[in-house]
Unconditional design. Sequence first.
Length: 80
Amino acid sequence: MADQKQFTFSRVVHLTQQSQEIGSSEISVVGVKKAQVACACGHEWSADERSGLRNVMGGVHITCPSCRADGNFNLRQLAN
């Protein structure tokens, strides 16, 4: 698994969900739909579920399609 310096994120589009509690209008971030990612190997791509981004409990798992480096990042690390 790569450290945080392996990947740089920009233009993160979050998945949100409205609370199911009665009377609540709170919206929570539950995942990442897509993000622009740059890897330390020099490869840059738009990551989504079809290209190197997988949502996992509380975060995302990124895999560079070029060098196959990977890393886990929690949603707080990707907050804009």
